[in-house]
Design a protein around this ligand. Structure first.
Ligand SMILES: [Cu+2]
Length: 174
């Protein structure tokens, strides 16, 4: 998925750069009549092509909301944990769950945007979403291994952003 995103980003950037260079190259020529083949006519066509492509891509890729808790047919969670991001700490109403439970985090923030990110070990990002003031974001996670999962902030939110840390304790099945 990351590779597809990278390749499509590079292709899109290449297209934008090519159009930009084409426009720059054309700008030095004398403006001709506004016929169907004139630069102005081509710009107008490209503009509408870009708008149509953007609409099609958005519709195709954003149809399914990527955060499970918000889907219309989201499964019913076993546990709901309410979490609030503050400058500079996480407030959780519960921090212990069991392996296999479907945990739904309901996230908000009291001040500015924070990024709620759950890590297994130092490198493996299990799940993440935004914690935003005035809005409740739902994130469903099913932990498959017991252990202590660190919660860090992924959105730079101020001077002590790096200190925002909490721990989700995942215990073996009872
Ligand atoms: Cu932060």
């Amino acid at each position: 998925m990351q590779n597809i995103a990278l390749i499509s980003s590079l292709v899109m950037m290449g297209l934008v750069a090519a159009v930009f260079l084409w426009v720059v190259a054309g700008a030095s020529q004398r403006a001709g009549a506004d016929g169907a083949g004139s630069p102005a006519a081509w710009r107008a066509r490209l503009f509408w092509i870009a708008i149509a492509a953007g609409a099609v891509l958005s519709f195709a890729t954003l149809w399914e909301w990527p955060i499970a808790g918000h889907a219309a047919a989201a499964p019913k969670p076993d546990v709901v944990i309410h979490a609030t991001g503050h400058q500079f700490r996480w407030q959780l109403d519960q921090d212990t769950v069991r392996v296999g439970q479907l945990v739904q985090f309901e996230l908000t923030a009291s001040d500015v945007n924070h990024g709620f990110a759950i890590y297994k070990g130092k490198r493996h990002l299990v799940a993440q979403t935004q914690a935003m003031p005035g809005y409740v974001n739902k994130l469903q996670v099913r932990f498959t291994e017991p252990g202590d999962y660190e919660v860090l902030c992924l959105e730079y939110c101020g001077l002590a952003h790096h200190g925002m840390r909490a721990v989700i304790k995942v215990r073996p099945r009872s």
